[in-house]
Design a protein around this ligand. Structure first.
Ligand code: GLN
Length: 210
């Protein structure tokens, strides 16, 4: 199947996410074209999306002023997968406890920015993640948020660090406080996009027939 992917390209590890998506797609027998999203009008063509880290204040402001924000919300409303990482998780949340962040409110969690403190600004941890098998995931945390509250609803905690949730899944969304694009281990991208790829394949199928 030939897929179309998008990486929100306001800031962050755009090319690393694109490369991880390409590897994960290939491992599942799919071709993929990855678009770097800097303007409205491309997300509606995408079968899957990644929203990288960076600075959540800047990313949220930019995607709202570009008109990309509403397109991301429709994308997940139609059941297509979104992987939101680090600042991406903050932007996707329902409450970032910071007026400068305009949340998308697609993920029913509240978050605390920079939750792991200064001396631990950046660290790598072997993280057990639900759905990835026995091998811990090499999770890179960079000024990472933590999830404060998982509101009643469908959000399921996939991983915790220091007793705080750092990865969740809710419907078509997988969100991590860490940076899965910075390691060669593609299991988070595979989990987000291909563990149950019905929505991705259906979307690609519809695009192919129009
Ligand atoms: N600290 C950043 C924020 O609050 C997130 C850091 C990251 O994405 N690596 O937006």
């Amino acid at each position: 199947m030939s897929l179309t992917a998008g990486v929100i390209a306001v800031q962050g590890d755009v090319s690393e996410h694109a490369a991880a998506i390409e590897r994960a797609a290939r491992a599942h027998g799919h071709e993929v074209t990855v678009h770097e999203i800097r303007e409205a009008g491309i997300v509606p063509d995408c079968d899957l999306l990644a929203m990288p880290g960076g600075e959540s204040t800047t990313i949220s402001r930019q995607i709202h002023s570009d008109g990309i924000a509403a397109e991301i919300v429709s994308h997940v409303d139609t059941g297509k997968p979104l992987l939101a990482t680090c600042a991406g998780l903050i932007v996707a949340s329902s409450d970032a406890a910071d007026d400068r962040v305009e949340e998308l409110e697609v993920l029913d969690v509240s978050v605390e920015r920079n939750a792991f403190g200064r001396q631990k600004d950046s660290f790598e941890a072997p993280l057990p993640v639900e759905g990835l098998g026995d091998e811990p995931y090499p999770a890179v945390f960079i000024r990472a948020p933590a999830i404060d509250t998982v509101e009643d609803g469908d959000a399921e905690v996939l991983a915790t660090w220091d007793d705080r949730p750092v990865a969740v899944k809710q419907g078509p969304i997988v969100a991590t406080a860490f940076h899965p694009e910075l390691t060669p281990d593609d299991r988070i991208h595979e989990l987000a996009f291909f563990a149950n790829d019905d929505a991705v394949l259906e979307s690609a199928d519809q695009s192919a027939s129009t």
